[in-house]
Design a protein around this ligand. Sequence first.
Ligand SMILES: C[C@](O)(CO)[C@H](O)COP(=O)(O)OP(=O)(O)OC[C@H]1O[C@@H](n2ccc(N)nc2=O)[C@H](O)[C@@H]1O
Ligand SMILES: Nc1ncnc2c1ncn2[C@@H]1O[C@H](COP(=O)(O)OP(=O)(O)OP(=O)(O)O)[C@@H](O)[C@H]1O
Length: 291
Amino acid sequence: MTQNHHARAPAKINLTLHIEGRRIDGYHELTSLVAFAGAGDLLSFAPDELFSLEVSGPTAIEAGDGGDNLVARVERALRAEKPGLQSGAFHLVKRLPVAAGIGGGSSDAAAALRLLAAANGLSLSDPALYEAARRTGADVPVCLNPRAKFMRGIGERLGPALKLPPLPAVLINPRVPVETKAVFHKLGLKPGQSLGYGPHPAIADGMDFETLIRALKKGRNDMEDAACVIAPIVGHVLATLAGARGCRLARMSGSGATCFALFDSCRQAGAAAKAIKAAHPEWWVKPTLLR
Ligand SMILES: C[C@](O)(CO)[C@H](O)COP(=O)(O)OP(=O)(O)OC[C@H]1O[C@@H](n2ccc(N)nc2=O)[C@H](O)[C@@H]1O
Ligand SMILES: Nc1ncnc2c1ncn2[C@@H]1O[C@H](COP(=O)(O)OP(=O)(O)OP(=O)(O)O)[C@@H](O)[C@H]1O
């Protein structure tokens, strides 16, 4: 019997997202402190002669199971790097909201690379994995090793994994998909234009909770205003989180529409999530730990 292997694909949260400017090729240079949530998708894999993908779960329809799924795209990208790659049957349990600013598809692709690496005896530091990740999407490299770190350039320059205190959080997605490309476009930067907002607040490895919260408050998500124009409900989500009892910081993740709030304790995050879900049963509301 063929053995099944599993990998979690956690949601990516941009604790900060500073846009530095726009490259001549149209992509945006950024600096972002990224963390990962307890909430995520689940991917399983059984080696087989041919690639196949089955998708189930609450957001399976939106993600799709065809050749455009990021799991299929990353498998092709790795096969181009490693001809003769042992592929197989993937099953994705899709739970994260899609087109939501939390890199669900990117994290699924990164999880697929980890599973393919294990099946092919490749080290996680094999350059072919990084190359396949980079070619598949700007957020895929940071998801390869889902631990808090800085991401720079267009997402291809990664800092070392950072030891941050676990952050009790609530994630909210109002179930309005937001296209990443449209939010970048709304920023209105010209190719070659750079922004001089100054350096990112210092974040040190092993920083304590209070110091980290103070530093994060000095940071921003520069895509928030543009996302609020495209999807005004983001402003409502941010105000709801900011008004929750015990909220220390409320901010959007990535290009939205998902926003997060940080709390002193999991108990407070759980209570806030419960109250918000009761008031907005139509929203995706998730208490979780970011690390
Ligand atoms: C906003 C973030 O989520 C922050 O983590 C990412 O930068 C977006 O990463 P992603 O969704 O993986 O992005 P991709 O799928 O590679 O690109 C989607 C589109 O977003 C724009 N894009 C993306 C990344 C980037 N640094 N600059 C851009 O301008 C490009 O128009 C691109 O065509
Ligand atoms: N496995 C997948 N999961 C989710 N979306 C997928 C997947 N594969 C392909 N897609 C497509 O990719 C697009 C982006 O989806 P995703 O959920 O990754 O966006 P996101 O959370 O905004 O990502 P990011 O934060 O990296 O910008 C959607 O339009 C979706 O149809």
